[in-house]
Design a protein around this ligand. Structure first.
Ligand SMILES: NC(=O)c1ccc[n+]([C@@H]2O[C@H](COP(=O)([O-])OP(=O)(O)OC[C@H]3O[C@@H](n4cnc5c(N)ncnc54)[C@H](O)[C@@H]3O)[C@@H](O)[C@H]2O)c1
Length: 358
């Protein structure tokens, strides 16, 4: 039998992390920030969110080469009130700015019960769930909002205006439950999934996007020329506007269609984010909170199933199960993706990504 045209190759998560760190450091990113960026990207691949993983590296490096993203920028933090702070990303990677922002929100919440941080002049931070995890791992509830470049028409509109900006939030679990991690784009599917299909030469479901003539399409290239479809009509459109109010209007960053996309090399992204961290024992004891999360989890996953449904999952649980598997078995990439990453590495004089033995 002939070998598949685009075979699956596996990479251990530590090797994926080390490879990304080496590429970033060779591109001028500090040894403090490179592991933060690598962590966000590798976590996405581990969780099965390959649309926002290591394969984003070539586009990020192209932004550096085109002088529209500053690899050396250090985000700065300014206290606004004891529970509110602002981060300026200074047009560096979105990951360190987000990490600094959520870290500050957690510190404020630890002391005062709640912490709120607005981030301006930032860039794409990948998958929101890694920032939710930062709070969950520290024992806090969180909200993680961002805006993004135009991709989605507002309800009734014809052309791209709002971003496919993910709404994300989380809560720590009890002893007998999984953490609640919601991370969803307000479109039927994230635009990154279309880029992933393009990379892998796959078709997309025809309800994800319209082509430039306003017709449904299963061709990722045509979809990228057209518009993403909001989920739930006016409701998805309203959620995308909500992300822009909290992340763009409030922060002082770009908004109302003015954010530059990660694949547009003409100017800086000027992305805005908004983070809140909340202490779980503000209104009930910590023990009570955890027991109540256990009850909620058990009620959700133990719900009576529809015919044909094998298992009911809590939000974030499928991704967590994928992560457990990939931590052991490695992360699957297709040959074309590995080749594209190695081509970038060669340009930078960095060693190729280390594959797992077959
Ligand atoms: N930074 C950016 O600008 C940007 C823009 C768009 C999307 N993204 C990222 O893209 C990623 C993908 O977004 P998406 O909307 O396509 O996500 P998705 O549709 O795969 O998942 C959305 C949510 O639904 C839950 N879910 C999915 N299937 C489930 C099931 N069977 N049972 C229970 N829960 C289930 C998931 O746990 C998740 O919380 C996200 O990580 C998002 O942060 C980032």
């Amino acid at each position: 039998m002939a070998a598949p045209a685009n075979p699956i190759l596996r990479v251990g998560h530590e090797n994926a992390h080390a490879f990304v760190v080496a590429m970033l450091e060779a591109s001028g990113v500090s040894s403090k920030n490179a592991p933060i960026i690598a962590n966000g990207l590798v976590q996405a691949d581990l969780r099965g969110v390959e649309s926002h993983g290591v394969n984003r590296i070539p586009s990020y490096l192209a932004r550096i080469r085109n002088d529209v993203l500053d690899p050396k920028a250090e985000p700065t933090l300014t206290e606004v009130t004891p529970v509110v702070a602002q981060v300026d990303g200074h047009n560096g990677f979105g990951f360190p700015a987000a990490h600094l922002g959520m870290g500050a929100a957690i510190d404020m919440a630890r002391t005062f019960g709640i912490g709120m941080v607005s981030v301006k002049h930032s860039n794409h931070f990948g998958m929101s769930a890694w920032i939710v995890r930062q709070a969950v791992d520290a024992g806090f509830l969180s909200l993680v909002f961002t805006n993004s470049s135009p991709a989605l028409p507002v309800y009734g509109g014809k052309s791209q205006l709002m971003g496919v900006s993910p709404i994300a939030c989380g809560a720590p679990s009890g002893e007998n439950s999984k953490p609640f991690i919601l991370d969803m784009a307000p479109s039927v599917a994230a635009r990154g999934k279309i880029y992933k299909a393009l990379r892998r030469q796959e078709k997309i479901p025809s309800d994800w996007a319209l082509d430039s003539h306003g017709n449904p399409t299963d061709d990722p290239q045509e979809a990228l020329r057209g518009v993403m479809l909001p989920m739930g009509g006016p409701k998805g459109s309203a959620l995308a506007i909500m992300m822009d109010v909290f992340s763009g209007v409030l922060s002082g960053s770009a908004f109302a269609g003015a954010v530059t996309g990660p694949y547009d090399m003409s100017k800086p992204g000027d992305v805005g984010h908004f983070f809140v961290a909340i202490k779980p024992d503000l209104f009930v004891s910590l023990q009570d909170f955890k027991e109540r999360m256990d009850v909620l989890y058990q009620r959700v996953v133990g719900s009576e199933k529809m015919p044909g449904v094998e298992r009911i999952y809590f939000p974030g649980e499928i991704e967590q199960l994928t992560e457990e598997k990939r931590l052991k078995e490695g992360i699957p990439y297709v040959q074309d993706e590995i080749d594209a990453l190695n081509a970038e590495a060669e340009k930078l004089g960095v060693a190729k990504i280390r594959l797992m033995p077959n």
